[in-house]
Write a protein that binds this ligand. Structure first.
Ligand code: 4NP
Length: 177
């Protein structure tokens, strides 16, 4: 099988919310940064998407970008995408932000081929509350900071779980690299 740090196959992680402009782009950006800080970027493929199509091709929400930037997380490269059935086949972990996202994603997979890959992101939160990341879109700045705190804590726990499970170690580079 070999997702074991030898880099014979990347671990593919997809974060999903409704619009793909607030919560899941943040989760993608935070997780990317953590993976980079651990020297593991060559061992991961990381993306995000929304269940809706309203923001396909658009940048992340301005307020989410500003909050992320204040924690040194760069969401500027983000462009919105909508999740597809093929994504469910491709990714190993499809982590959704709330229970409505969970229903919508599972609806794409009516024969339940890939349901085992789809989980609420906050299942990995040590303080999971109701297991959902609240949607900050219609609220104030405090909501965006709250989402950041949840996402940061949960992404760290998720990464450490994967590091243990797959025995991941930073890729070694030979002097010829
Ligand atoms: P997100 O937030 O799902 O965290 O990206 C939302 C963004 C846009 C909309 C809803 C939620 N919207 O209705 O356009």
């Amino acid at each position: 099988m070999g997702k074991n740090g030898n880099n014979d196959q990347k671990i593919r992680v997809m974060f999903v919310c409704l619009g793909n402009i607030c919560r899941s782009p943040l989760a993608e950006g935070v997780f990317r940064k953590l993976v980079r800080e651990h020297g593991l970027e060559s061992q991961f493929e990381i993306r995000s998407s929304g269940t809706g199509d309203w923001h396909v091709g658009q940048p992340a929400d301005r307020r989410m970008r500003a909050t992320a930037r204040s924690y040194s997380v760069d969401l500027e490269p983000h462009l919105g995408a909508q999740i597809t059935f093929d994504d469910l086949a491709h990714y190993d972990h499809v982590l959704v932000m709330d229970k409505s996202n969970l229903n919508d994603v599972l609806y794409l997979d009516r024969e339940d081929q890939f349901g085992h890959k789809v989980r609420l992101f906050r299942e990995f939160d040590p303080e999971p509350d109701d297991f959902q990341v609240p949607d900050p879109y219609y609220g104030g700045d405090e909501g965006f900071r709250h989402v950041y705190e949840i996402v940061d804590r949960t992404a760290r726990t998720f990464l450490h779980r994967l590091i243990e499970e797959h025995n991941l170690a930073p890729a070694r580079h030979s002097s010829n690299d």
